[in-house]
Design a protein around this ligand. Sequence first.
Ligand code: UDP
Length: 475
Amino acid sequence: MNQSKSHIVILPSVGISHLIPFVEFAKRLVSQHNNFHVTCIIPTNGPPPQIAKAIVEALPTTIDAIFLPPVSFDDLVANPLAPLTLTVSRSLSSIRNVLESLLSKTHVAAFLTNFFGIDSLDVVKELNIPSYIFFPSPATVLSLFLHLPKLDESLSSEIRYLPETMKIPGCIPIPAEDFPGGGTFQDRKGDSFKRFLHIGKRISSVEGIIVNSFTDMESGVIIALQDGAGANNPPVYPTGPLVQTGSSSEEDRSGCLRWLDNQPLGSVLYVSFGSGGTLSRAQLCELALGLEMSEQKFLWVVRRPNDESPSAAYLSDKSQFDPSDVLPSGFLERTEGQGLVVTSWVPQTQILSHGAIGGFLTHCGWNSTLECVVFGVPQIVWPLFAEQKMNALILVEDKKVALRPKANENGFVEREEIAKVVKELMEGEEGKRLGQRMGDLKEAAARALSKDGSSTASLSELASKWENVEAPKVE
Ligand code: UDP
């Protein structure tokens, strides 16, 4: 470790889709500002996944990574996303050990974690390290979190439910059903609301919030957040879009890139629900039949279906299986030549940047969304969990770069609807308009990251702040 450099510590929560943007932020920081060294502390709930190890192995020498000893949450059954917070809170003594060891050798100018890691902020404060939130979701969601404490204070205690539609400065109106956590969020006595209120209060107490977005993506919200800085909110630094770049997790184990090489330009719909999104068995079969009915080419990453939870595969093993066990009988044979089904981890950014791709049917996780923006790929949105319905709202209603299939009264999307939306995106007039708007966003994203761009300027502002942090005086 070079002690003349400013040292930054980052703590992503468990889960590949959190590790990716943290690491990309660190890579951009050390590549653009050569006076920094980063340590990435990674909590675990078991042996580190192969994909995480591959990401870590490809890091430059100016970024160290430490996997913490695994914690267990076998005692939990309820909320499949609760382990994200608990992995950090159950790792506090290991986090303290790593930080104390670093502080004995060097001066740490900043500590960054996301909202699942907020319990670590007490330890960081005790050690006098300036703390920051790295927010890997849209600025709109950040704004919602920051708005909650004020909203809660303004409502009389007798009002139990939040309004049907939330109006936050700079945002399009957000219907309650699209809040993270769904309808339960509206109930001020419910666990979901209390958890988000707690996050909203804690994240307002840090020195700054770094958000993986950029001005042209969410201009109204970002301007409102920056105007509110100082008075109520900490300064907000949009430094995105930060998307996955080169690591051996990007290997083409399934051969899907070779398959794409043989497809006509813009002809293939890529279908994937992120690192762990799952459909019920019936919905998975219906999606298969809808894709077949659309007669469009597709590349589909199929995960094992799960009737209980839409995020079932998020923290679990992503081992391969025989897709014919879960797809409709004869589907694979009938669609040979029309589509390719894979069950392995795929190199998503290389897929999205491939000329054969014409659209992406996605659960609209924020990383996948930003990857579409960077490569200019229009979307069909199929949100499943977390803040994905809000992401879908931004893409469909605000940016107008995506279509959303309609579900029936039971929340089930039928094959005819799927086929119609897929055809519209891939060969309809509306699909062309969405593609043009996505092309404009792609240019705006490239501008934000260029030498004089807004996200580059935000990163430089942070870097100069961190370079000037003085080491605490020893009494
Ligand atoms: N990803 C990938 N290969 C896969 C599945 C996912 O490279 O087979 C990457 C994808 O490119 C993105 C991340 O994993 O960077 C998924 O993050 P996102 O926020 O879209 O969804 P989440 O996994 O959090 O639901």
